[in-house]
Design a protein around this ligand. Structure first.
Ligand code: TYM
Length: 339
């Protein structure tokens, strides 16, 4: 069992990242540890170059993200925690996979289409080839399980397509070069929506801070954001079917369910018939109960830059070691002369 996943250091990590992905990193770190497998979680700082960025901010948000991940329960003694920039095998493998990935495959990526919009010519090459680096990230370690939110499913399918084509073109049937990775997407909370717009994903890049709950928000801020969250005037329905045309209500019920470890049906069995005046304070209390301790640990850890740097350096040394055999096999399979 090899668990591999990444998270970008741009913007502040939020509730969507936590429920969609980080919580599963922690669960799978323990599962992998129990069966003698390994879990590698990295900060995708090289992916951050695909959009305009401020170098000083990138450095500080990378270290803050390490503090967040540890505060959420990632244990640097159990999981390998690092940043891509210290493991050059990631971009190295990306280049080698560029020969296999197809322009048409990348052109179909919804993230590329959404982010580029009508201005494709003006985008960085990195934004276009971003999914090939993401494929390299997981294939380098022969990942079996990749915990992600729903928005990353298409990128993972692309990684599988690249792996399959590479295996067909350059491997043998008994000795495939790459393992095909499986995405692990949570049943509840795979796609948490903005608090201001039930049709948009909760996102680090949304200009409105009111659209998301940041993991670093204090209790009052969380309560304010829930209070101001967009809703409709109807009371909550007693059954899930009643949420179908009510994206904002569905999102809040989904968040409650995921945090409480309940199904949406169970939440509605309790709150059906009640208005948001009753439900929102209950949701705010639950958020504070679940995220408050994470925030407290984050505040304790975030200024100890030496410790955070040391965690990354130690993780990167292990990651470089784990990535070497696959990279060497890829060079050999491609007929590239190395020694
Ligand atoms: P990123 O940094 O946008 O998000 C990190 C993780 O959080 C999940 N996520 C969400 N889940 C539910 N609801 C939401 N609103 C929400 N927003 C984000 C994402 O699905 C992701 O799992 N390209 C990736 C980073 C990456 C990566 C990888 C992931 C680079 N290489 C290799 C997996 C494997 C990204 O930008 O995630």
């Amino acid at each position: 069992m090899r668990v591999v996943s990444g998270i970008q250091p741009t913007g502040k990590p939020h509730l969507g990242n936590y429920l969609g992905a980080i919580r599963n990193y922690v669960a799978l770190q323990d599962d992998a540890h129990a069966v003698g497998g390994e879990c590698l979680i990295f900060i995708a700082d090289l992916h951050a170059l695909s959009m305009p960025h401020d170098p000083a901010e990138l450095r500080s948000s990378t270290l803050e993200l390490v503090a967040t991940l540890v505060a959420c329960g990632l244990d640097p003694d159990k999981a390998i925690l690092f940043n891509q920039a210290q493991v050059p095998q990631h971009p190295e493998l990306q280049w080698l996979l560029n020969g296999t990935a197809r322009m048409g495959w990348l052109n179909r990526m919804t993230q590329w289409k959404d982010k580029a919009g009508k201005n494709r010519e003006g985008q960085s090459v990195a934004l276009f080839t971003y999914p090939v680096l993401q494929a390299a990230d997981v294939l380098l370690y022969q990942a079996t399980h990749v915990p992600v939110g729903e928005d990353q499913k298409q990128h993972l399918e692309l990684a599988r397509d690249i792996a399959q084509k590479f295996n067909n073109d350059f491997g043998t049937e008994d000795a495939p070069i790459f393992t095909l990775p499986d995405p692990i997407i949570p049943a509840e909370a795979a796609r948490i929506m903005s608090l201001r717009d039930g049709s948009a994903k909760m996102s680090k890049s949304d200009p409105s801070d009111m659209s998301r709950i940041n993991l670093s928000d204090d209790a009052d801020t969380m309560a304010q954001k829930v209070k101001k969250a967009k809703t409709d005037p109807e009371p909550l329905p007693s059954e899930e079917a009643g949420l179908a045309e009510r994206p904002e209500a569905k999102n809040l019920v989904g968040i409650y369910a995921a945090l409480a470890g309940q199904s949406q049906a169970e939440v509605l069995a309790q709150y059906g018939g009640q208005g948001f005046g009753a439900f929102k304070p209950a949701l705010a209390d639950l958020l504070v109960a679940k995220l408050g301790p994470i925030r407290d640990r984050f505040v304790e850890l975030k200024d100890d830059l030496e410790t955070l740097d040391a965690i990354l350096a130690r993780g990167a040394a292990k990651a470089r070691e784990r990535g070497t055999p696959t990279l060497e096999a890829v060079y050999r399979a491609l007929g590239l002369v190395r020694h």
